[in-house]
Design a protein around this ligand. Structure first.
Ligand code: PLP
Length: 282
């Protein structure tokens, strides 16, 4: 695999980052993950807009202009002959003597790598996934897409240990989101319900696209908090993310959702998402 590190495209074994990089020492960095279908990127402009916002919230300089970042993404697709999979991009504040205040004049570090893997035809899409609910132990600025991912890693490990696919995080019985996706349910009336935007959740790019496609397809959408109890009794459940698109959830805490198979609303929204995203891919 060819990776990108601060201006160079190098084999992954030759890539180097300083031990004083604040991304490494303090998780002082942000990232974006963009999916690639048929060698083209899905929703790239929206990922760039969220990156800009994450950087601004942390008073961090952009490592390069947006045209250059896009060119680097394209070069990574070409050099890795990526047809289907993910491009990961990470920006950290850079290397500086260890101190809690932001250093002045540090050069941001920019790293990209690709992950080739099937996104359209997956076991999760075919069979749905099973989740457990766990306490949301993350910090209070989940709207910033930082590389500080230990809490969701712990939550996902709890799911793995429990023998299921993922965890939905909850606070006081109210669902925030999945460990790396936004959580949605479908009511008996066919309304898609997902948590409203705030600093409690990541503002998913896929969430926004799916809600837009749902509204265009005359599917009712409600952006509001919902409880674990409401989710367990829902007609359907699903998650959205750049890497999973729309993936049905068929079991929550051992309770089957609906008839325990992927529901029609989730399957339809997945099909629409893939079709429309391919059309608009760049
Ligand atoms: N929520 C969390 C906590 C995430 O980590 C992610 C993606 O990594 C998402 C939601 C989904 O966001 P997106 O659709 O932009 O991939």
């Amino acid at each position: 695999r060819i990776v990108y590190v601060n201006g160079d495209y190098v084999p992954e074994a030759e890539a180097k980052i300083s031990v004083f990089d604040r991304g490494f020492l303090m998780a002082d960095g942000v990232y974006e993950v963009t999916s690639v279908l048929a060698g083209r990127m899905i929703d790239f402009a929206a990922h760039m807009a969220r990156l800009r916002r994450s950087l601004a919230e942390l008073e961090m300089d952009a490592p390069a202009g947006e045209a250059e970042l896009e060119a680097i993404h394209r070069e990574m697709i070409a050099r890795n002959a990526l047809e289907e999979g993910m491009i990961y991009m990470q920006v950290t504040r850079g290397a500086a003597d260890r101190d809690f205040t932001y250093p002045e004049g540090a050069e941001p570090s920019l790293v990209l790598f690709t992950q080739a893997r099937p996104l359209r035809d997956t076991a999760g899409a075919r069979n749905g996934i099973r989740v457990i609910t766990v306490p949301d132990i993350r910090w209070a600025r989940r709207d910033i897409k930082t590389v500080q991912l230990l809490a969701p890693s712990m939550c996902k490990m709890a799911a793995k240990t429990a023998g299921v696919d993922d965890a939905w995080m909850q606070e006081d019985g109210v669902v925030t989101e999945g460990t790396s996706n936004n959580a949605c349910i479908v009511t008996a009336e066919g309304t898609v319900v997902t948590r409203d935007l705030s600093s409690d959740i990541l503002h998913g790019i896929t969430r926004a696209a799916v809600l837009r496609f749902a509204r265009e397809a005359q599917v009712k959408v409600e952006e509001r908090a919902f409880t674990v109890e409401e989710a367990r009794a829902a007609a359907e459940a699903f998650v959205t993310s750049a890497s999973s698109f729309v993936t049905p959830v068929v079991e929550i805490d051992g309770t089957a959702i609906g008839d325990g198979t992927p529901g029609p609303v989730a399957r339809r929204l997945r099909d629409i998402y893939i079709e429309e995203s391919l059309k608009a891919a760049t």
